[in-house]
Design a protein around this ligand. Structure first.
Ligand code: NOJ
Length: 545
């Protein structure tokens, strides 16, 4: 596996600089023709990822799951869902990826499981007061007959965070009712997850992405939020989570090789965020403020400075991400009049989108992001310039956020549409032959014909070739990845910074062309350049002469 080096030629851990590609297995590639992406499909397309030039893969959940929340409802943490393949195939994938120099990170979902998990089923059967119920948060209801939920917590997917069982008790689920929250105060839950971590480490994985990292511990007594004025919320960022991650870190460090954690953390306070990245806790965390930021130079600069400052407090590398399986694809976001993002998807859904503008900005954003210090994430399809599919017929939408919000939230299906690989007709090579079943989410736009991997390959003007070249340069240039950043004076609405070894990045988020520095050679640009000018909504990488 390639090691990275810092500007002084010292070996640095790979995760400080890595570009990590997110695979959403259901929608990546279908190997067996049943319309659902699977491990066989992923194995057959590993060449694309190695050729793209990423360093690692992060796989969204592939475990046994009824897919009530796209696999984030796990019924067996130590096996692969038959829809995706077998454990042997998973092992073969890890081996083959390693053979191609790609590390593999798997998703770990510790806050909740599936209601079909045998321990939850046993808890239901055992009845009120049974020890099996202590592994979860079961409570009696309020009201004369216990007909009201035990507290006022809302589920992130709409409705109350409590559901009632047939015997009248209630259980907590911060997400869908099919996702009961584990009780992390219980030693058996802790022991079980240490054992699950060992299972996958023994199988050879290089790390874990941790789902809703800050939710595991709930405030004592599960107090109502009404009248609860202090932050954090009673269900997140409680002090007790840190000792869990310290114990996980010890376990990871006892394994050979450089294994790493990446935390999913939507924590907004940079200093509280940084606490998860202390030297004896997690290695990295997704840093979402860039993804939330509007297309605005001032806002980007603020986010970059705040991020670098927070990470420097604990000497952790920053991470950068523009899109993932939960958010509106950034080609679409950047083509709207309101280019910011938050989870209130309903307010932005259906705003007019200028896809040409969004695509142009997405190309510039890729160069900007890949030039920033630290590690970066590419969500499957980012490299193809895919947009959000917003016109999915209601009857085909599957995301629980859509169903549970009564259709107010349009859900996350639009960024999970199966990838286009090749060919003239849908599903554009997603499944092996035209005799295959239709894709599980059969809404690929016609326009994706021109965006397939095959259609873009070899066209130097394509989105895919821009990513390939940027990733090739990122590996070749010692100034990129981990290391310092220095802002350079620039025109308003322009971001210009230097890295070590004479590397410079200029991004023009304004409406007027700007003159590129005269003393530097252009290495790569997101658009064709003429007369030494960088047009609006474009970025360039330069090397000082
Ligand atoms: C975050 C995951 O990214 C998302 O897809 C999932 O719905 C929630 N966590 C609950 O597991």
């Amino acid at each position: 596996m390639p090691t990275s080096e810092d500007a002084q030629g010292q070996a640095t851990p790979w995760w400080r600089s890595a570009v990590i590609y997110q695979v959403y297995p259901r929608s990546f590639a279908d190997g067996n023709g049943d319309g659902t992406g699977d491990v066989a499909g992923l194995r057959s397309r590993l060449g694309h990822l190695a050729g793209l030039g990423v360093d690692a893969l992060w796989l969204s959940p592939w475990y046994v799951s009824p897919l009530a929340d796209g696999g984030y409802d796990v019924a067996d943490y130590r096996d692969i869902d038959p829809a995706f393949g077998t454990l042997d195939e998973a092992e073969a994938l890890i081996r083959e990826a390693h053979g191609l120099g790609l590390r593999v990170i798997v998703d770990l979902v510790p806050n909740h499981c599936s209601d079909q998990h045998p321990w939850f089923q046993a808890a239901l059967t055992a009845g009120p007061g049974a020890p099996e119920r202590e592994l979860f948060h079961f409570r009696a209801g309020r009201g004369a007959d216990g007909e009201l939920p035990p507290n006022d917590w809302p589920s992130h997917f709409g409705g109350p965070a409590w559901s009632r069982t047939a015997d009248g008790s209630w259980y907590l689920h911060m997400f869908a009712p099919e996702q009961p929250d584990w009780n992390w105060e219980h030693p058996e839950v802790r022991a079980e997850f240490l054992s699950i971590l060992r299972f996958w480490l023994d199988l050879g994985v290089d790390g874990f992405r941790i789902d809703v990292t800050d939710h595991l511990i709930k405030e004592d007594g599960l107090p109502d939020t009404a009248g609860h004025h202090h932050d954090p919320h009673p269900w997140r960022d409680q002090e007790g989570v840190h000792e869990i991650y310290r114990s996980w870190r010890k376990l990871l460090d006892s394994y050979p090789g450089e294994r790493a954690f990446v935390a999913e953390l939507w924590e907004q306070d940079p200093e509280r965020f940084a606490r998860y990245l202390r030297q004896d806790e997690l290695h990295t965390a997704f840093n979402f403020p860039l993804l939330r930021s509007p297309w605005d130079a001032g806002s980007f600069r603020e986010v970059i400075d705040a991020t670098l400052h927070a990470h420097a407090l604990v000497d952790a590398p920053a991470t950068w991400v523009l899109s993932n399986h939960d958010t509106t694809r950034h080609v679409t976001r950047y083509g709207r009049t309101d280019t910011s993002y938050d989870f209130d998807r309903a307010t932005r859904h259906g705003l007019p989108v200028d896809l040409a503008l969004g695509t142009r900005r997405a190309r510039a954003a890729a160069l900007l992001m890949l030039a920033l210090p630290g590690s970066a994430y590419v969500y499957q399809g980012d490299e193809l310039g895919l947009w959000e599919v917003e016109d999915i017929p209601d009857g085909l939408r599957q995301d629980p956020t859509w169903l549970r919000s009564g259709g107010v939230d349009r859900g996350r299906d639009g960024c999970r549409v199966p990838l286009p690989w090749e060919g003239e007709e849908q599903p554009f090579g997603f499944s092996p032959t035209r005799a295959s079943a239709a894709p599980w989410l059969d809404v690929q736009p016609d326009g994706w014909r021109e965006l397939s991997v095959a259609a873009q390959s070899g066209d130097p003007a394509s989105h895919l070739e821009l990513y390939r070249e940027a990733l090739r340069l990122r590996r070749a240039l010692p100034g990129l990845g981990d290391g310092p950043l220095e802002w350079r004076p620039s025109a308003p609405k322009v971001l210009e910074f230097a890295r070590t070894d004479g590397f410079r990045c200029v991004a023009n988020l304004g409406a007027e062309p700007v003159t590129l520095p005269q003393d530097a050679e252009v290495l790569l640009a997101s658009v064709d350049l003429t007369d030494g000018l960088l047009p609006p909504d474009a970025a360039a990488w330069l090397r000082e002469a």
